[in-house]
Ligand binder design. Sequence first.
Ligand code: ADP
Ligand code: F6P
Length: 324
Amino acid sequence: MDKKVKTIGVLSSGGDAPGMNAAIRAVVRTAINRGLHVMGIRRGYNGLLSGDMFEMNLRSVSDILHRGGTVLYTARCPEFVTEEGVEKGRNMCFEMGIDGLVVIGGDGSFRGARDLSLKGIPCIGVTGTIDNDISSSQYTVGFDTALNTVVDMVDRLRDTSQSHDRCTVVEVMGRRCGDIALHAGIACGATCVLVPEIPFDLDRDVITRIGRSTRTGKQHFIIMVAEGVGGVEQMAKYIQEKTGVETRATILGHVQRGGSPSARDRVVASEMGHHAVELLQQGIGNRVVVYRDNKIVDLDILEGLNMKRVFDKHLYDIANEISI
Ligand code: ADP
Ligand code: F6P
């Protein structure tokens, strides 16, 4: 592409994640520092379709680095999944003079970014999701903060669980991805970790383990369950019935998505946002900025979307071995 990029847009899309603001800030600051204009688009692709956007300056992103959520708001936009929606988005880019777009979100958002790139607007995806479920990236912005939030809350649950000699079944976020459950399970010393990636049997993998630990003197238990597995209330009843240990279920819910981003999320988001602008400045689009082997790199969006996610079975085995 030989057309010089003058104005770029930035939006956040899908579920919010701590660190999205750090990515927005890096995009805005890098772009302005390089002589580009930046349009902040509100509420994901919705704002692109309705023209809900404003020109950002260096001070538009002051004081946001440490804040959770996203100052650009986020949304899911069913219209953008359609060909007509993408066409409308492209026309709005032409109308507003946007000749490149940074999309901060997850796989769904990147599909939209690819569709728009194919229609002539270079788009760059930047990972922003607490789930750590983007196959092409070994790390997604928001995961570390969410994980630390979960650890903090489960430590509290452990206090009460221990005081009452109870079993606590905790559901953490992750519809299709058990990474939060797995990492939090290890960090919190859970007796069992149940994730959607690995089939399990309640009697063999939970009841038997609780029984074995009880015989060696353990009196309280944490069972870490990913959202994608679900059913924690029934699970708690079943555990109590089968083991005789008083059991409670807790669903941590959306509290996991909020809060000030960790240092790691701020740094990775800043690097990714910066990298995204460097690509757009060269007229390169249809790429996703990812974290691989301790480096920030970029890949073709479709290539990234087609990668198969690899669950860390080794870490899962470690969790099981040391939780007895
Ligand atoms: P995430 O980006 O976190 O995976 P979603 O899957 O909800 O979140 O996607 C966010 C938005 O991305 C959707 O609301 C939609 O506007 C857009 N999107 C999702 N899938 C597609 C698709 N196949 N084609 C075009 N746009 C899509
Ligand atoms: O993708 C992030 C995530 O928090 C998932 O872990 C969870 O399943 C989903 O979003 C919840 O979405 P919503 O905000 O629509 O309830």
